[in-house]
Design a protein around this ligand. Structure first.
Ligand code: AHR
Length: 487
């Protein structure tokens, strides 16, 4: 029997709702045909934005959306995407599939999407091939109500009041597709760019510096040493692969049980990464003023056979649900440093929550995990001590269960996943005397997925038993993710 002991007296603080953020790039069918179908489309839409996608994203309480990239961000020139659509400049998306980008989805469309979903915008500015002026004027266009030429242009384009975008990324992967810079050089470039992230009215930008890839602690060290006082957040990117090289990342749907555990073990490496980068940051920022922003994470497999290799389209199985469960529990438990995270990427790209084809929309298993975890948003993290068996193979062994907990208005939420591919787990929750308890679960065979025409995976109620001492007992099915609510 596994045991989770909750200790409400110990907490790492508030779980930022933005840990449940998403990322949408001009890549493959994420924006075009995914979130945006265009006003003339037969697919139900509001001003070109797919209604079913908006409804699905609202249902899981998406708090923040990052855009326009990714690598695309450092080749994106925002002026190309405003004004009458017929006159918008066309470009070739050299990063992703070499397709023509007609810029019909630009700043106004993105802000409309955020308003329809009810989430904050996180805009990633172009440092790699842009200019300081270009970034500064984009910020002015979005946040100022002054009578400048830039603001007059916004008004002429149909938006009277500023939107007040808070989150600003200054470059993306500046060590790679965003300019191949050395950390020492980027730190200076960052200091220069952020100077012109001006505050208009009470719209104070939250400046996010480009951070490290994986375990590049040197990058974090240099950025913190040279530029800590000029930033509010520092990013981190980490993708979970199954295969051992970028050429052979493994299939999203055809994998062995060993591959399953290998993928989960690699996802669990996020614990070491977050702790490691936090430790470096803490040497310069012991008060934890600067947030770690994991603005790209998720699984990255080989594309589905027959699809454009530059579109990064992959299916999503229960294995991905387990990756999401492991990762989100890690972020919750590190909420004193991790203040935002953005799953890559919302629709039709990498570990999506939605897949679309024509007017059809599929909710992936990962989508359901975000649904099960949403009560954590803004909750007070509660220490949960986990006693569990281990699972996996000799090479890829890991704890059978992963968990995190939070409290809001006297109600506790515990999210727990049973990673074992075959064995259920008996679980007892103790530490608080519960009077009421209920649970919901997503479970399935490790390869199971939702697809067009058949979506067998959905959240269902899970039976719980309350002991006389107020402990909560339940059986977690094999390969399952559950939300347990107690009060
Ligand atoms: O999410 C896909 C790509 O992965 C992003 O464009 C880039 O930032 C990262 O390398």
């Amino acid at each position: 029997m596994a045991v989770i002991t909750l200790n409400p007296l110990r907490s790492r603080g508030t779980i930022s709702k933005n840990i449940y953020g998403h990322f949408s790039e001009h890549l493959g069918r994420c924006i075009y045909q995914g979130l945006y179908v265009g006003e003339g489309s037969s697919v139900p839409n509001v001003r070109g934005i797919r209604t079913a996608a908006v409804e699905a994203l609202k249902k899981i309480g998406v708090p923040v959306l990052r855009w326009p990239g990714g690598c695309f961000a450092d080749e994106y020139h925002w002026q190309d995407g405003i004004g009458p659509k017929e006159g918008r400049r066309r470009m070739v998306n050299t990063n992703w599939g070499g397709v023509v980008e007609d810029n019909s989805f630009g700043t106004h469309e993105f802000m409309d999407l955020c308003e329809q979903v009810g989430c904050d915008a996180y805009i990633n500015a172009n440092v790699g091939s842009g200019t300081v002026r270009e970034m500064a004027e984009w910020l002015e266009y979005l946040n100022s109500d002054g009578d400048s030429t830039v603001v007059q242009a916004r008004r002429a384009n149909g938006r009277k009041d500023s939107w007040g975008v808070k989150y600003w990324g200054v470059g993306n992967e500046s060590w790679g597709c965003g300019g191949n810079m050395r950390p020492e050089y980027y730190a200076d470039v960052y200091r220069r760019y952020q100077t012109y992230c001006r505050t208009y009215g009470d719209h104070k930008p939250f400046r996010i510096a480009c951070g490290a890839s994986n375990g590049d602690y040197h990058w974090t060290e240099v950025l913190m040493r040279e530029a800590a006082r000029y930033m509010d957040g520092l990013s981190l990117h980490y993708y979970t692969l199954c295969g051992d090289t970028w050429e052979q990342k493994g299939s999203a749907t055809e994998f062995t049980v060993e591959d399953y555990y290998k993928t989960l073990k690699r996802a669990a490496f996020m614990e070491e990464l977050v702790s490691g980068h936090d430790a470096v940051m803490s040497r310069y920022d012991p008060e934890k003023r600067i947030g770690l922003v994991v603005d790209e994470w998720g699984t990255w497999y080989d594309v589905e056979p027959g699809t454009n290799p530059g579109f990064l389209f992959q299916q999503n199985t229960m294995r991905d649900a387990m990756v999401a469960a492991i990762t989100l529990n890690i972020f919750n438990r590190h909420c004193d440093r991790v203040i935002m995270a953005n799953l890559a990427q919302t629709v039709n790209v990498l570990q999506s929550v939605l897949l679309t084809e024509g007017d059809q929309v599929v909710l992936t298993p990962t989508y359901h995990v975000f649904d099960l975890y949403q009560a954590h948003q803004g909750g007070r993290e509660v220490d949960c001590f986990l006693q569990t068996d281990s699972t996996g193979t000799e090479q890829w062994s890991l704890d059978q269960l992963t968990a995190s907990a939070s409290e809001k208005n006297g109600k506790y939420t515990v999210t727990v996943a049973n990673l074992d591919a075959e064995k259920p787990s008996e679980l007892r929750l103790t530490g608080i005397r519960a009077e009421k308890a209920c649970a919901r679960v997503l479970s399935g065979e490790i390869h199971e997925k939702n697809d067009f025409g058949a979506s067998p995976l959905a959240i269902r109620p899970l039976e719980v038993r309350l002991s006389e001492a107020g402990d909560v007992c339940l059986t977690l099915p094999a390969c399952s993710v559950a939300e347990i609510t107690l009060s």
